[in-house]
Design a protein around this ligand. Structure first.
Ligand code: NOJ
Length: 571
């Protein structure tokens, strides 16, 4: 028995990545992460809502993509005001999604396939239906009172705080039960937790350990940059909400909390950690992720993903943003690379071109970009197929709570509802949440019932089954890209250099490491464009291109690229 325990001890100690790789090389830098939005991935029981059993039934598909890790949006018990980002029991599974037994099968199934699981932790706020909040609101002397932020009404109205999701954008909700207001940066059903309370912090670390002990491999920290607040609640200047990040992100103790969390939780497990949001500037971002600070492994910043506004953006801007972020992290720290997630409309509709003519090519091009940049690539379910915005025209078709609230708000203030609806067609996050398009059968093979959010009608031709059969499909191209990324250290760690910076159509860059050099050429336009770069391609080898045929280019006098062409060369 003693020997057995000793062996287990050695396996545990010597299997950590720190022992297997040089200090700067980490599995989570080399990993490709695939994000699964559980509500929309696959429904197993016909209730129209994706579930854990549904994901389990598609594990071989996920494996076939070649990805290393799955990030799962919240699956905990929740009344679902914000699709699981309002947790009522952090140790329970949402009824719509299944049971803890299902979760265990899912985790085992992923691990059997060599895929890690990153869970989403919502620690800035809970649901108002969480037992803590129910107790907290009962009396001012409840031991749970300080789990949340309360403002007693006899002090007058609290200083204005902007809420992102509230109908009136008021983040204080009056509760007559104790004649006090509570704070909610998101909806009224998402009260903010008071991180200054050490008892609460311990409860949250215990919850994280509960999941880590189950064997999960990573934590995504939702909205965590907002967790620390100045709880004297000073007045903020008028109009501060147009730059609310400056006032809300990176509060006074955020780094203390993260260092404590690291010590209490992360340091005890072989887990990767990623924060949603990277503060206001590079210093903030570095303070979150620089290894010596022992906080998080990486963060994702919004500047890149926020570029397209109301259709159209400039490639020059895009190149400038991604180059600036790369150079800020060239020596220290690590970031994520992504162009979409569950809070965005579809990548191809925002950054590419979702017309039938260019959808496939531009989706491939965008995936090429993600997979050839430095930073851990995060790929959102459906982007491997080139799924597009649904573009619903009626407000009834949208299910997203903040969208519905904002519509009501616009109505109340007599805003232009037509313009608002038009904008939603382009940017509403429900566009990115429509059910996965498995095949051309009813409801895209997602569910035998009525899906919680309408299926995009283009599923009849745009679906995984059709793309499986086509060697040149977006799906099969995605698989090639993942494989290339996995087998090519220079794409993970190599130095990035932008070329032909002023070119408004073409994004060209090299990646270099240990004498290996790769050239990436991406034509982001609908016309033939020329990259003006001084590299002779005579001996270059085409590694991958998104066109069926690759053109011989033996020149350095201007390289012509076809519309939305993406080429990767080994130099
Ligand atoms: C960020 C999450 O990604 C988003 O989906 C959610 O609505 C908010 N945080 C609130 O938790």
């Amino acid at each position: 028995m003693k020997n057995f325990i000793l062996i287990l001890f050695f396996i545990k100690v010597f299997s950590t990545d720190a022992q297997q790789m040089p200090p700067d090389k980490k599995w989570w830098k080399e990993a490709v992460v695939y994000q699964v939005y559980p509500r929309s991935f696959k429904d197993s029981d016909g209730d129209g809502i994706g579930d854990l059993k549904g994901i389990i039934s598609k594990l071989d598909y996920i494996k076939s993509l070649g990805v290393d890790a799955v990030w799962l949006n919240p699956i905990y018990s929740s009344p679902n005001d914000d699709n699981g980002y309002d947790v009522s029991d952090y140790r329970g599974i949402m009824k719509d999604f299944g049971t803890m037994e299902d979760f265990d099968v899912l985790l085992k199934g992923l691990h059997q396939r060599g895929i890690k699981l990153v869970m989403d932790f919502v620690l800035n706020h809970s649901s108002n239906e969480h037992e803590w909040f129910k107790q907290s609101r009962l009396s001012r002397t409840s031991p749970y009172r300080d789990y949340y932020h309360w403002w007693n009404a006899e002090k007058g109205k609290p200083p204005y705080r902007y809420s992102l999701f509230d109908i009136n954008h008021d983040a204080w909700k009056y509760d007559s039960l104790t004649n006090a207001y509570y704070l909610h940066y998101f909806s009224q059903k998402q009260p903010d937790l008071n991180w200054e309370n050490p008892t609460l912090r311990k409860e949250l670390y215990d919850i994280m350990k509960f999941w880590a002990d189950k064997g999960i491999d990573g934590f995504r920290l939702d909205a965590f940059q907002f967790a620390s607040k100045d709880i004297t609640f000073p007045a903020f200047p008028d109009g501060y909400e147009s730059n609310f990040l400056k006032y809300y992100a990176m509060g006074p103790y955020i780094h203390d909390y993260l260092q404590e969390m690291n010590k209490e939780v992360f340091s005890k497990y072989n887990v990767m950690t990623v924060a949603e949001g990277a503060g206001n500037n590079f210093d903030d971002a570095h303070n979150l992720v620089d290894a010596k600070r022992k906080e998080l492994n990486m963060a994702y910043a919004f500047e890149g993903v926020d570029i397209p506004k109301s259709k159209g953006y400039s490639l020059l801007h895009f190149k400038e943003v991604f180059s600036r972020w790369d150079s800020a992290f060239a020596k220290n720290g690590w970031l994520s690379i992504f162009l979409s997630n569950h809070d965005q409309a579809r990548m191809v509709s925002r950054f590419g071109n979702d017309t039938p003519e260019f959808r496939d090519l531009s989706s491939k091009l965008l995936n090429t970009f993600i997979m050839t940049m430095r930073g851990t690539p995060y790929c959102y379910y459906g982007d491997e197929l080139g799924m597009t915005n649904a573009g619903f025209t009626k407000i009834e078709d949208y299910q997203d709570m903040p969208t519905q609230n904002e519509y009501q708000h616009q109505k109340d203030i007599k805003g232009n509802l037509d313009d608002f609806l038009k904008e939603l067609q382009f940017s509403c996050r429900d566009n990115g949440r429509t059910p996965f398009q498995w095949d051309s059968s009813n409801q895209a093979g997602f569910s035998t019932g009525n899906p919680w959010l309408k299926v995009n009608p283009n599923y009849t031709t745009l679906n995984a089954n059709a793309q499986e059969k086509d060697l040149n499909s977006c799906l099969n191209y995605f698989r090639k890209l993942v494989k290339l990324r996995k087998n090519t250290s220079v794409l993970v760690y190599g130095k990035y250099t932008i070329l032909d910076k002023a070119n408004p159509d073409v994004y060209a860059y090299t990646r270099e490491e240990a004498g290996k050099k790769i050239l990436v050429l991406l034509n982001f336009s609908t016309r033939q464009s020329e990259a003006k770069i001084n590299i002779n391609l005579k001996n270059a080898k085409t590694i991958l291109t998104n066109y069926k045929d690759s053109i011989e280019r033996k020149t350095n006098s201007g390289i012509k690229l076809r519309p939305y062409e993406a080429v990767i060369y080994q130099l």
